[in-house]
Ligand binder design. Structure first.
Ligand SMILES: Cc1ncc(COP(=O)(O)O)c(C=O)c1O
Length: 488
């Protein structure tokens, strides 16, 4: 990031909380646990200091809904660190950011160009905003059994059919670390008079070291939402929303945020954003250099193990992939004769190693600034042991990734439409009233308003057999799905 006059040693919210603890205030305000005394068992376990820091807006501590004090200063530092003009704390993750981006940029009935493999939070954004999705379909890598990214040429083409689209939504990078040519997408969209909204849930670290793919802010996108809690070091749920330029008025963003967010934001979360930003702004380059070295080391070692393939730069230039974030250590396991789900379970139960994600053919380990040579070696050694025991096998795919279904009515109309409950296995041909996905990655296999296909039903059956974590339907066991129509 460019050097500026901001003093990134400053941590306005974290420093406020440190001073607050020193003052020994007697609280007659919420939270009602009153510095942990009303939650003794918990406080005794985690330590009283963290509960002492658990305050919300006080006259001295500024207010997230209308920042004019320490939150304002802290958000300005955040904006500077990320190369944005404005930054907004998110205390409900990037899911909140994705929805606010869509709702502040696209009005009901207006079109947004959106990759069909976007996260489920986009569906919420579409339902809440009334924006009409123009889905664009990502490229597929049949061998790895995953969808990748949308090629920039697809975005150019789609504007020919939908010249009045108001926004383009970009995932940068995907869960597996793949990115599109976002620079070209931004140029195309702006030329067509559309704004660019970037989901950087998995890319909060990317702007702090030159070896990562470019971020939305770096290439002039209008908004971006980044999960600092995933790869930037802050606490779970804390993310940032970034804004640049005048295409989306900052007044809209502030007011949209205030429509749905809590009036009691956690200062612990915001203080963690303060410290994570300081760390990235001052030492991000060094920290991420070490992270990259670990990721490269792990990738080299894993690619030496016969039967495994850790995704690498050989994928760049194939199936729409423009570049890769090397810290996403995605590993193809199809030659081991097990699914990614089974390998994930084995790593957890036998070796105490937890992965970020598994699918039928791959697993994903995230390497972050919190990793060490020891943690990475533990993973490599466990993989070596498993592969030695299992040997390699001919690839037998359980099932192909299904084609993405056709959109029949808008997600919002489907959400509000009258529904009936049907057995999933009998639902092919029906128009869905809810979504269904494996989580993670949280990419809906079916979205509200789409026609359910037999291929999706069959795929879900295989996911169930593999004990994948499924969600999205009202039925927690995903035996039933709600589709459009009346109950008899
Ligand atoms: C691509 C993508 N976007 C958005 C989100 C939502 O992020 P958060 O968990 O910070 O709400 C996720 C979560 O995994 C994601 O994978």
């Amino acid at each position: 990031m460019e050097r500026t006059d901001f003093d990134h040693h400053r941590t306005p919210i974290f420093s406020f909380l440190q001073d607050y603890l020193e003052k020994d205030i007697t609280p007659f305000f919420v939270p009602g646990h009153k510095h942990g005394r009303g939650l003794k068992e918990f406080s005794d376990f985690v330590g009283s200091r963290i509960l002492g820091m658990d305050i919300t807006s006080l006259p001295e501590s500024d207010n997230l809904a209308n920042p004019i004090g320490i939150i304002k200063e802290s958000q300005e530092l955040l904006a500077d660190a990320f190369g944005a003009e404005n930054a907004y704390f998110l205390v409900n993750g990037t899911s909140e950011g994705v929805q606010v981006m869509i709702r502040s940029a696209v009005k009901p009935g207006e079109q947004i160009i959106i990759p069909r493999n976007a996260h489920k939070s986009t569906v919420g954004g579409l339902i809440l905003s009334g924006a009409v999705p123009v889905y664009v379909y990502p490229e597929m890598n049949a061998e790895l059994g995953i969808s990748t990214v949308v090629d920039s040429s697809t975005i150019k083409e789609i504007f020919k059919k939908h010249p009045f689209a108001k926004a383009v939504f970009v995932i940068n990078p995907t869960y597996y670390g793949m990115v599109s040519d976002i620079k070209t997408i931004v140029r195309t969209a702006h030329r067509e008079g559309a704004v660019v909204l970037v989901d950087e849930a998995h890319g909060a670290h990317m702007g702090f070291h030159d070896d990562f793919p470019l971020t939305g802010m770096e290439v002039g996108a209008d908004m971006s939402a980044a999960s600092l809690h995933k790869t930037g070091g802050s606490l779970t749920q804390s993310s940032v929303l970034l804004l640049r330029g005048a295409r989306i008025p900052q007044e809209n963003v502030k007011q949209t945020l205030n429509l749905t967010r809590t009036t009691s934001p956690s200062y612990i979360l915001m203080a963690s954003l303060d410290v994570a930003r300081k760390q990235l702004a001052l030492w991000g380059d060094e920290l991420l250099e070490e992270t990259l070295e670990l990721a490269r080391y792990a990738r080299r070692e894993i690619n030496e193990i016969e039967g495994l393939y850790a995704f690498d730069h050989n994928l760049s230039g194939t199936s729409g992939i423009y570049d890769l974030d090397e810290t996403k250590l995605a590993i193809y396991v199809g030659k081991l004769g097990v699914t990614g789900f089974a390998l994930e379970r084995e790593l957890m139960t036998r070796f105490g190693i937890g992965l970020e994600l598994a699918d039928l053919n791959n697993v994903l380990a995230l390497i972050t600034i919190g990793d060490t040579k020891q943690s990475v070696d533990k993973l490599i050694n466990a993989l070596k042991t498993i592969v030695q025991e299992r040997g390699t096998h001919d690839v037998k795919k359980l099932i192909e990734l299904p084609e993405m279904p056709d959109l029949i009515v808008s997600p919002r109309d489907a959400y509000y439409g009258t529904k009936k409950k049907v057995l999933l296995e009998e639902a092919a041909g029906e128009i869905c009233g809810e979504m269904l996905m494996a989580y993670p990655p949280g990419i809906p296999l079916i979205c509200p308003g789409e026609r359910l296909t037999q291929d999706v039903v069959d795929y879900v059956k295989v996911l169930k057999e593999q004990h994948a974590s499924l969600q999205g339907t009202a039925d927690p066991y995903v035996n039933y799905i709600r589709v459009l129509g009346h109950d008899y």
